[in-house]
Design a protein around this ligand. Structure first.
Ligand code: ZN
Length: 190
């Protein structure tokens, strides 16, 4: 009798790693054939309006002339943020000036997130598959969280109970204040 499992791909090694959040009887989903093209993202024809373009500055924790930083809630890590361009641009639309600023903003956010204390590493990701408005993900991994290393942190951030509101707000205020020491306006306050 077949249960279809012989058509599945073998499980990768990482399912046995301690950082992988799941255990038990796992199997690989059967990969589907490619669609002719990607599905439309928000801000693209057929993908609905762009939420970033509709958002006012007071919905962010920090803003300046070219960039805005928002809190990505709920999250089980102490800090989770989006860095966005103010203008509706995708990553490959950035000119040399904005591309240079992106590098500076990435390093500034790394330092600002570490300033809350107790952060082991700041993780940075750009997927861009859901929204067409440029946004980069930042996660503050708790120091000593040896089970949340590397690519599993975004999963743990959705699995763990959300960081309590008061602590979250205090952490946002630290990040915003640190960023505002260089440029822009801190919106988040303790
Ligand atoms: Zn937009």
């Amino acid at each position: 009798m077949s249960d279809g499992r012989e058509t599945s791909l073998p499980l990768p090694k990482f399912v046995e790693w301690s950082i992988f959040p799941f255990e038990g009887d796992l199997r690989v989903r059967q990969p589907k054939p490619l669609y002719p093209t990607d599905r439309p993202r928000t801000g693209e024809p057929g993908g609905g309006p762009c939420p970033a373009c509709a958002a006012a500055d007071d919905e962010y924790i920090w803003v300046d002339k070219h960039w805005r930083v928002s809190a990505a809630r709920p999250s089980g890590v102490p800090v989770q943020l989006f860095l966005e361009t103010r203008e509706h641009l995708d990553m490959d639309d950035l000119d040399d000036e904005l591309a240079g600023e992106l590098g500076q903003m990435t390093v500034r956010l790394d330092r600002a997130i570490q300033a809350i204390g107790g952060i082991g590493r700041v993780h940075v990701a750009r997927w861009g598959d859901g929204g067409s408005h440029f946004h980069m993900w930042f996660y503050g991994r708790p120091r000593g969280a040896g089970q949340m290393l590397g690519f599993c942190l975004p999963m743990w951030a959705q699995i763990l109970p959300p960081t309590p509101d008061e602590l979250w707000q205090a952490n946002m205020a630290v990040v915003a204040t640190e960023l505002a020491k260089v440029s822009g306006t801190a919106i988040a306050s303790p």
